[in-house]
Design a protein around this ligand. Structure first.
Ligand SMILES: [Zn+2]
Length: 290
């Protein structure tokens, strides 16, 4: 009898951990794909072909040197052929995406909504990478993502199509208004904002305070999260964005050079996906007590 109970415990333990491990691996593979997407699409390259090559010597990267996270450590972040250094960022993106996927299963279980949450987090990781590197949020990610968010809303247990569409529209309008107002304010200081390095020819684009990419991204976040979790996401985004701006100014950064806002929106959205309901309830509890 004792061994029977023991076996049951082992089986129950496996039942819980196997989906988490599976999600971790799936996330690391997805992260590897997101690295490719974020590198190639802004450069106008295909994401399917050709196979990955070393950006320095052009050698094809063998499948066994392309295993997410693991290969980076085995090769100590260098090309097997020429020894060129590969940024740790690639492995970090794979690891974080893996942990995020595992986190979904840990928090919400391995149901059908895993697909929605995994897709959402993948889009957010892509936003962070392309906005930091190129000041770009891909339309396929923001607009395509908004449509995906609306489609996912009708899944059993989803947020429902009406909250999804209306929150997407409201978030879009809010950010569009912010852009209008900040454009009016910046008009009084012509060419106040200095375009970041490599974007000197797009100086006008940076005079609006809020880029079109951010506006479309806000709609995408609204479509996935619905009203209360979107409010939490935007609150976190504005708070962390402002704190980072202040910290950068204290560190001596020229305040006329803008900081991309997409990564803060993505961060807020990811935190809200995991803890939005808790933060919202906490807010309501505090609010009702006063
Ligand atoms: Zn090489």
């Amino acid at each position: 009898m004792q061994t029977g109970i023991f076996n049951m415990k082992i089986i129950m333990c496996f039942e819980k951990t196997i989906p988490i491990v599976f999600a971790l691996l799936l996330g690391m593979i997805t992260g590897s794909f997101l690295n490719v997407v974020a590198w190639r699409i802004p450069r106008g390259e295909s994401i399917v072909l050709p196979r990955s090559r070393c950006t320095s010597c052009g050698a094809l990267i063998k499948w066994y040197d392309n295993i997410p996270v693991l290969s980076w450590f085995i090769l100590r972040g260098r090309c097997r052929n020429c020894g060129e250094h590969f940024s740790f960022r690639y492995a970090l993106v794979e690891l974080i995406t893996g942990l995020l996927f595992a986190g979904i299963v840990l928090k919400y279980g391995a149901g059908i909504l895993f697909i929605r949450d995994a897709a959402f987090l993948s889009l957010l990781v892509c936003v962070i990478l392309t906005d930091i590197d190129h000041w770009i949020i891909l339309d396929s990610v923001s607009i395509g993502g908004a449509m995906a968010g609306i489609a996912f809303s009708i899944l059993p247990g989803g947020i429902g199509i009406l909250p999804s569409v209306s929150t997407a529209a409201a978030a879009f309008l809010l950010f569009f208004l912010i852009r209008k107002i900040s454009k009016q304010i910046l008009k009084k200081k012509p060419h106040y904002a200095i375009a970041p390095e490599g974007h000197e020819d797009e100086t006008d684009e940076f005079q609006g305070g809020m880029g079109w990419g951010d506006i479309k991204l806000a709609a995408m976040i609204g479509a996935f999260l619905g009203p209360s979790a979107t409010i939490v996401a935007l609150f976190i985004a504005f708070l962390t964005g402002a704190l980072t701006g202040i910290a950068a100014m204290i560190a001596g950064r020229n305040k006329r050079i803008p900081i991309p806002f997409g990564p803060f929106l993505a961060l807020g959205a990811a935190v809200s996906l995991f803890f939005g309901q808790e933060i919202w309830s906490l807010y309501l509890t505090i609010g009702l007590n006063y």
